[in-house]
Design a protein around this ligand. Structure first.
Ligand code: PMT
Length: 412
């Protein structure tokens, strides 16, 4: 998608950041007024789109005065031809930020309902999307809202976690809109990182492998693929071309990725060997089986045979084997799933496998690691440096991981 000036000229990423601020009808709408100022202070050009209900809470003229631009409140008040104003705005903006984002707006975005300017515009944009939800605590925790958030997160959008405190309904609970400065800072961070992997070829592995025992049984592990898919999604969001080599999972591949499905460790090894030479960065988040059956039975083993002693043999170590293929300028990041001596064991893998970075993952900790939406990592570098990524969503872990890799690549 080419971004253009209002006069139709191609922009080529020059000039101040352009932010469309979507404002929906929450009591915290008063903070959105200050947010416009905070964005402008940071050099952004801001255009405001208000939902009809939001326009009943604060007069659009307030946002007009603060932003210095006309405010769009419905499909027929946008600049230019009414029928294409939402498309023009999509070409103009570098970021769509919605604050406050109500449960209604999240639901419409998640399900593709386009019944006003903001929701129609959302479908037309290819810019990064930053959402700052705010609502009553019970609404925030409702399964319908959680499901919509999951859909939007899987689509690559970024969320600001609502704060805890006193809400408009009188409850002290989760659901407060973060402070305008924090939202503006996050927007700037996203904008500055938006294209930092632009044009880069990235290879990500994800999920488990399965090693057959007989035609119906296999050895595998608890990997869901969520971590690797989040890593792939974040790389896409930052402009990389992403090849995702995935073991069997129930996940939708991130939009825009090239999926290479595999089943066994040997298939994953062959796929990595095939795609590695063309990539600049490899992130191995897959939980590759370390063992496979020495012999796969041709027919289903009958239970009547009684006990079954399996002979296992090690699979090839993919990361160790590509070491010899690595060219100057290629960056390889591994993960380490550990249950004891997490840092020491991960650091040994970093050295033994000749990696540029390893993400140590304590998979014995409650609520993180395998098959969870959350994780906590320690990024370990050769030479002893380390960085902790405290428990957060796998999407946020991926952002921290790519921040670290991008900094190393760009020598910042
Ligand atoms: O998929 P999820 O449910 O989201 O869970 C995420 C995760 C826990 C799987 C992920 O965060 C993680 O830790 N992945 C690495 C799992 C693993 O295999 O760790 P390891 O310590 O056994 O292996 C170290 C590194 O060597 C890994 O990068 C692994 O991909 C690689 N490896 C392992 C075995 C093998 N035969 N060849 C390899 O290249």
């Amino acid at each position: 998608m080419v971004r253009v000036d209002t006069d139709g000229n191609e922009r080529a990423g020059k000039g101040p950041f352009r932010v469309t601020l979507g404002v929906s009808a929450g009591i915290s709408i008063y903070k959105a007024c200050d947010l416009v100022r905070r964005l402008k202070e940071r050099g952004c050009e801001v255009r405001v789109v208000m939902t009809g209900h939001a326009a009943q809470m604060v007069a659009p003229v307030t946002f007009q005065a603060l932003s210095g631009n006309a405010v769009i409140t419905d499909l027929f008040t946008g600049a230019g031809e009414p029928s294409i104003a939402h498309i023009e705005l999509a070409k103009w903006e570098d970021l769509l930020l919605v604050a406050p984002a109500t449960a209604n707006v999240l639901g419409k975005f998640a399900r593709g309902i386009a019944d006003d300017f903001l929701s129609t515009h959302y479908l037309a944009t290819t810019a990064p999307v930053l959402l700052a939800p705010a609502m009553n605590g019970n609404m925030w925790r409702h399964p319908a809202v959680r499901e919509n958030l999951k859909i939007l997160e899987e689509r690559g959008h970024v969320f600001l976690q609502p704060g805890r405190g006193s809400l408009a309904c009188g409850d002290v609970d989760e659901g407060r809109l973060p402070e305008p400065v924090a939202i503006a800072e996050e927007a700037l961070l996203l904008l500055s990182k938006a294209g930092d992997l632009s044009g880069m070829e990235v290879l990500v592995t994800a999920g488990p492998t399965r090693e057959a025992l007989d035609p119906v049984r296999f050895l595998s592990n608890r990997s869901s693929g969520k971590m690797g898919y989040a890593v792939a999604r974040e790389a896409l969001r930052r402009g990389a071309q992403v090849t995702l080599i995935s073991g069997p999972t129930s996940l939708e591949p991130p939009r825009g990725s090239r999926l290479v499905p595999v089943t066994t460790a040997a298939e994953m090894e062959a796929a990595v060997a095939q795609h590695f030479p063309a990539c600049q960065v490899l992130v191995m988040a897959a939980a590759v089986a370390d063992y496979r059956a020495a012999q796969i039975l041709p027919d289903k083993r009958k239970k009547a045979k009684g006990g079954w002693t399996l002979a296992l043999e090690p699979t090839a170590d993919i990361l160790s084997n590509i070491r010899g293929l690595k060219k100057k300028g290629q960056f390889v990041c591994g993960f380490a799933a550990e249950t004891e001596e997490v840092k020491a064991n991960a650091r040994k893998k970093l050295e033994d496998k000749g990696l540029d970075l390893i993400a140590a993952n304590d998979v014995s900790a409650e609520g993180v690691g395998f098959d969870s939406d959350r994780n906590a990592l320690i990024l370990l570098w050769p030479g002893g440096a380390e960085e902790r990524v405290p428990e957060t969503t796998k999407a946020a872990c991926s952002r921290a991981l790519w921040d670290a890799i991008s900094e190393a690549l760009h020598g910042a």
